[in-house]
Design a protein around this ligand. Structure first.
Ligand code: MF3
Ligand code: CO
Ligand code: CO
Length: 265
């Protein structure tokens, strides 16, 4: 499928969907405490998306990945889980590092974003890795402008992560997004400057690096979804949905506090 350019009207729909996805993360953050299960987090998000936002949780019954549809409304990826963790009766514990990944569909358009949550008193390694992953994502996003290439994004992410002696997962990547959950192009989080697709205004895609404390290699669990680090090392991920503008980029999934900061600047 070709990479689509979203027109002004379509960009507005994506702004709405992106905002709703970010609102879910803002809403759930107060609940991320020791003792709550990831199933309970799933149920709270599901109700908020369907009842308050009048939107659809895109992961529920999603078939994009493989033979089995995804069984829940959000992804909860804990500690050595790289991505696509399935909510369960596992209770959160002090020191856990949890990624919550939210994708909503509003009016047919998708917004996709994830954040790390450090439960209780954070462990030093988790704090460091999450920070490196967040900064890597932002360095990648800061490359985005018309005339730049996807390889510029990947290169900025990879060099920063590897300079910090961590590793970038290569088997899973960011993606175009719009009326489809996963559209072209694939946005890999490694690469060479000046290579790959050239960016044009109106493109919308995610940047969502997965950064491991150990080696980069993933392993898919028999449930068909959960992806873990082969060496069981800690893994973190952050994700934004981003629009290429005439002059650079616009992040469509900023949370309330980041929006306030952007407005104050
Ligand atoms: N939200 C994930 C992404 O960033 C995809 C999750 S697919 C699911 O692309 F089926 F696992 F939910
Ligand atoms: Co995504
Ligand atoms: Co996502």
């Amino acid at each position: 499928m070709p990479v689509t350019i979203k027109n002004a009207e379509q960009q507005d729909k994506m702004r709405i969907a992106g905002r709703l996805a970010a609102d879910v993360l803002d809403m759930i953050s107060d609940y991320v405490k020791p003792g709550i299960t990831t199933d309970e987090l799933n149920d709270i998000c599901h109700r908020y998306i369907t009842e308050v936002q009048d939107a659809i949780p895109a992961p529920l019954n999603y078939r994009g990945g493989g033979p089995v549809p995804f069984p829940k409304s959000i992804c909860t990826s804990l500690n050595h889980v790289i991505c696509h963790g399935i909510p369960s009766d596992r209770k959160l514990r002090n020191g856990d590092a949890l990624n919550i990944d939210i994708t909503v569909i509003k009016d047919g358009w998708h917004g996709d974003t994830s954040r790390m949550f450090l439960v209780g008193k954070p462990k030093l390694q988790a704090e460091r890795l999450s920070k490196i992953c967040y900064e890597a994502m932002m360095r990648g996003i800061n490359q985005i402008a018309p005339g730049k290439h996807l390889g510029d994004i990947g290169h900025a992410i990879q060099t920063f992560v590897e300079a910090n002696r961590c590793s970038v997962v290569r088997e899973y990547c960011g993606h175009g997004i719009g009326q489809g959950f996963h559209e072209d192009p694939q946005v890999v989080h490694f690469g060479k400057p000046g290579t790959g697709l050239m960016l044009e205004p109106g493109m919308i895609f995610t940047v969502e690096p997965m950064v491991n404390a150990g080696k980069r290699h993933p392993k898919l669990l028999p449930d068909g979804w959960t992806v873990v680090t082969k060496d069981h090392s800690l893994s973190t991920q952050w994700e934004h949905t981003v629009l290429v503008t005439e002059t650079g980029f616009e992040i469509l999934t900023l949370g309330a506090s980041d929006r306030d900061q952007a407005n104050a600047a």
